[in-house]
Design a protein around this ligand. Structure first.
Ligand SMILES: [Ca+2]
Ligand SMILES: [Ca+2]
Length: 183
């Protein structure tokens, strides 16, 4: 009788323990807010060390800063995101078109973005001028025209510019002067 009683108590404790664990686990999963952007679909050797970031939120002054990337692919935004869920964050990576992500997108799901490489002259448009910059430096090893960062300016770099020809970024008002962000 005593053994059966002990067994029942142990079983009950195990059930309670499981319920508490499940509850804690569930609350952690549902309340933790994502604060990082993971960059996808980039050439293997493209490894930006830092990104310029501009945060626009209602009734607050625009914040611009430079953030170091983790493992060439992860932008950790906990230092600029705050608790607000409205506003926009703009990003500028080397040789890439600027892009924007809504603050509201930082929920419980991971945030990813595929940057468009090819804006070599930093004018927020990928056009014939960018293509000329690459074509004119074909077969050189000048890394400011080497979009995929494989050590040489080749037809693959020209192809990357052509892939995104016509893409532009002008959605922020007032426009961002990237040459001043984080300087
Ligand atoms: Ca351009
Ligand atoms: Ca290349």
């Amino acid at each position: 009788m005593r053994a059966w009683y002990s067994l029942m108590v142990v079983g009950l404790l195990l059930v309670i323990g499981f319920l508490v664990w499940r509850d804690i686990n569930h609350s952690v999963q549902t309340t933790s807010r994502q604060t990082a952007v993971t960059l996808t679909d980039l050439p293997v050797h493209y490894c930006p060390k830092q990104v310029q970031v501009v945060v626009d939120q209602a009734n607050q002054p625009r914040v611009g800063k430079i953030i170091a990337l983790k493992n060439c692919r992860t932008i950790e935004l906990s230092s600029v995101l705050g608790t607000s869920t409205v506003g926009q964050i703009s990003f500028k990576l080397p040789l890439a078109l600027p892009f924007q992500i809504n603050v509201a997108d930082f929920g419980t799901q991971p945030v990813t973005y595929a940057p468009e490489l090819g804006d070599l002259n930093d004018d927020a448009v990928i056009d014939a001028r960018d293509e000329s910059l690459v074509s004119d430096n074909l077969f050189s090893s000048d890394n400011q025209f080497d979009l995929d960062n494989d050590g040489q300016v080749s037809v693959l770099d020209v192809a990357l510019v052509r892939l995104h020809l016509g893409a532009s970024y002008q959605v922020v008002d007032p426009p961002i002067d990237w040459s001043e962000v984080g300087q």
